[in-house]
Write a new protein. Structure first.
Length: 526
């Protein structure tokens, strides 16, 4: 290349590097001597190229003190490594701290010439700020989600406690001799209370899913078994609407899917319940099963109901959006489908929907199909794993059943007093504090203990732990009565030694059965 061509090439190079925002540097490997620094150095570092070339030490002094040693070692490594990259901070001459990304790469030179290193410095402060903002927003979202979950959990407990009194006293009234109008009023109270309880449960489940706290136990589940259980539950509802239910013939649904059995049943029950509620009188519900490509198994619930418009399908899984169905007179929360979708996704499946106004809707849950599976509940005559034989005792075994109830809520206490009064032979002793309850139990040795978990002086768990630690009290049946309805909590309390767990608001008949036989479920852990 002649001198003129070389000069033209150098000029094009200078024009290129002079018009980019990145700083281009050409320096010797060691000792450091800058051959060229592009003008962008002033924009990034706040000093001119001439200043940087004249005093290499001055240029390096811009490195943030906390990163200086790290950068020094990187520069030494760049003298013999083909390519090195590093991120670090600098402090400009005006005091502003900025982030830079620097790439060192050795340059091929003629034999005998001193080795050179090309350096490209990019200002990445904007990207770093964006990353910090994103991380901060993500952390804030996690905190907000945790706060929401905590709030909903607390609200669930606070709502369940008064609901226990409302539903409990209503069930007591239902047992009395009332006029037909009075019975209808009581039935409406119970119906409304249970509807509110369903809403509390669904909202709490969605919150747990969003926060990653809802644990599922997936296993091979026989689809036909779950379908049979669901259909048994809805028989009265189907009859009330004079609906025809068509179920698959043969063994087409006798397949296993990988799912949490209880949650799968919950999803399918939601689909069938909606098919009943939004169907026309004397309409039809059809359940079908099919194998899909890719290892999926499909369970479809179709109806001949009012259907859903195309513009509404996009909002179908939005919590609390009932798509105007609140004007139909049919009860609902607008949460069931949103919860079903998230549960199915957690189980590794998905939901498909087809619908046409005036024609009907089809909801399909697709779950992973399992080719082989072990015995499922109901498939063999042997007891299910973990089942405990019941030692049922005829009512009246105890001439006087001594019950100690540890509870600090007065409304719940009054409810329990009335229940005890209705059950002949029950003597109820109450304590509003855990320590007092332990003293009464130790001195009177009751036949049954009813224990709330939230007490003013100590937790109910601590009370249970102390009862289980003492030889004189560990065999006394202890039933926890709590507003905490989380499956994990219930399982943990039973594993600690509780004989049973009643979730507020509890079923009055279930509690009365404990009065009939305190030992009927002792030691059972689901």
């Amino acid at each position: 290349m002649n001198r003129r061509a070389m000069q033209e090439s150098e000029e094009r190079f200078r024009q290129l590097v002079n018009n980019i925002d990145e700083v281009f540097i050409l320096r010797t490997a060691a000792p450091y001597r800058y051959v060229y620094i592009s003008p962008a150095v002033e924009k990034v570092f706040g000093l001119t190229a001439d200043e940087a070339v004249a005093d290499p030490a001055h240029f390096l002094s811009f490195t943030h003190p906390d990163d200086a040693e790290f950068v020094r070692k990187t520069m030494e490594e760049a003298g013999h490594a083909p390519r090195v990259e590093v991120e670090y901070r600098i402090i400009r001459s005006d005091g502003e701290v900025r982030w830079v990304w620097t790439r060192y790469q050795q340059v091929e030179v003629a034999p005998g010439d001193p080795p050179l290193v090309a350096v490209v410095v990019t200002d990445i402060t904007a990207q770093k700020d964006a990353q910090r903002a994103e991380a901060s927003a993500r952390a804030e979202a996690v905190r907000a989600n945790a706060a929401k979950t905590e709030f909903l959990s607390r609200m669930s407990h606070e709502l369940r406690t008064p609901m226990n009194a409302i539903l409990g006293f209503a069930q007591l009234l239902e047992m009395d001799e009332l006029s037909e109008n009075q019975h209808e009023s009581v039935r409406q109270i119970i119906h409304g209370g249970r509807h509110l309880l369903d809403l509390i449960n669904e909202v709490l489940d969605i919150s747990r899913i969003d926060s990653g706290e809802l644990a599922l136990s997936t296993e091979p589940v026989l689809v036909s078994d779950v379908m049979d259980e669901v259909m048994d539950l809805v028989v009265p509802l189907v009859a009330a609407r004079n609906l025809t239910v068509l179920t698959p013939v043969g063994d087409v649904c006798h397949e296993h899917v990988l799912a949490d059995r209880q949650r799968f049943k919950q999803v399918l029950l939601n689909f069938v319940s909606n098919a009943i509620k939004y169907n026309r009188n004397s309409g039809e519900i059809r359940l079908t099963c099919s194998t899909r490509p890719g290892g999926e198994f499909a369970i479809t619930v179709s109806d001949t109901g009012i259907g859903i418009g195309a513009e509404e399908l996009e909002r179908l899984f939005t919590p609390f959006d009932r798509l105007g169905r609140e004007n139909t007179g049919e009860e609902g929360t607008g949460v069931g489908l949103a919860l079903s979708q998230r549960l199915v996704q957690l189980m590794g499946g998905r939901i498909e929907v087809e619908s046409a106004p005036g024609v009907g809707s089809s909801f399909t849950v697709l779950l992973p199909r399992v080719e082989t599976a072990g015995p499922q509940p109901g498939e063999q005559g042997s007891p299910a794993a973990g089942a405990v034989s019941s030692t049922a005792t005829a009512p009246g075994r105890y001439s006087q059943l001594r019950v100690i109830y540890i509870e600090d809520n007065l409304a719940n206490l009054r409810l329990m007093e009335q229940l005890a009064a209705r059950h002949r032979g029950v003597k109820l002793i109450h304590a509003m504090q855990g320590r007092l309850g332990l003293e009464l139990i130790s001195s009177s040795q009751p036949d049954l203990i009813l224990l709330d978990l939230h007490l003013p002086d100590m937790s109910g768990e601590e009370v249970l732990r102390r009862l289980q630690a003492e030889v004189t009290t560990k065999d006394i049946p202890t039933v926890v009565v709590s507003a905490d309805a989380s499956p994990g909590q219930i399982r943990r309390i039973l594993e600690m030694g509780a004989s049973g767990y009643l979730t507020k608001p509890f079923d009055v008949e279930e509690l009365l059965r404990w009065f009939d036989d305190p030992h009927r479920m002792e030691g059972a852990v689901p």
